[in-house]
Design a protein. Sequence first.
Length: 425
Amino acid sequence: MDTLRFGSRGAQVEYLQLALQRAGYRDLALDGIFGARTGDAVRDFQQRNGLFPDGVVGRLTWNRLMPYLKGYTTYTVRRGDTFYNIAQKFGTDLRRILTANPTINPQNLQIGSVVYVPYDFALVPTNVQYSYVLLTLLTEGLAVRYPFLKTGSFGQSVTGKNLVYIRIGTGAKEVFYNAAHHANEWLTTPVLLKFTEEYADAFSQGGSIGGEAANTLFTNYSLYLAPMVDPDGVDLVTGVLSSGGYYNQAVRISEQYPQVSFPSGWKANIAGVDLNLQYPANWDEAKRIKFEQGFTSPAPRDYVGKAPLVAPESYAVYRFTKSHNFLLTLSYHSQGELIYWKYLDYEPARSREIADYFGEVSGYSVEETPYASGFAGYKDWFIETYNRPGYTIEVGLGQSPLPVSQFPEIYRANLGILVGGMTQI
């Protein structure tokens, strides 16, 4: 995290304000502007935590705030401790502590052992801009809160960021959901993360999600999620990447395409390759179409690259898919409230039926992909290669990046799709 002080603005200030809200400063606005009230809250937090109250958020202050972004802290057991009094000490739910510490016998706590203590708030925020650093913090927090989740990396971005995946469930039927192939469509990332959190929490309580028993889903399906395929591009769009060599390269690329707003119109990876035009499904036709449109070199959007799968992010998704046996895939994009289900004349068994179901539970329109956008996408390649149902879900309305204010409606509309992606196969 960057050092923040009075006058700072942007996504990282939002994270600071979110952490402070969760630490008890509930009246603090979450506006991404480090003004006087944020400064007062920072100084008070520093004072209460034994730090010099200078109002500057540097490494030490961030270290104290991190538990509120990860959603948990740790506690070393002392004589006489119980999970119940630890929960009371931190104002959290006993159930959360039991879930996060499955290998510790609560009837026989060992002095000196370390206990994970999840805070009693929902972890995944839906009112801030996203970035790679926030993704990694939330992934760590989810894995601690729900240790039955499996997390890892399936590749790296241009700048070396790990491409994160999460697996929930142990069933034989494998399903894959991905989001943020396009940088300015980052609002799809919290859609997958919020679903992961609610599904995991339902499973931990023996509850249900979207009308389906979470335990049944967990034992029958293995759901893999890649919440942010283009982390470099997302960081550029949300302002977390705003200096340095890669940023300067993006500026130079953008100057060649002044018709695309910068950085808000950026869809590509940081090298100017559109990741959803990189898959070997009639890539040459995608190249012909996009070159005719003028995207003949690295660009903020619609440049297909020099060949299929030259972008490390797309190649990583391709390789990850090849290493599994996915029966259905959902690719989350924005915008239009549309469901694209078909590639050329391929119609995998039940694919239209499932698409109609998705349309019914979401209220989204079910359509065929327009010809000019119908080649070299992940969905296209998956359908052509495996002859199995693959869908592009276009969430929300307006111009990307969509405002976070649309998130509640987007999530409500897509919950049935996210559950149905498992139950309908």
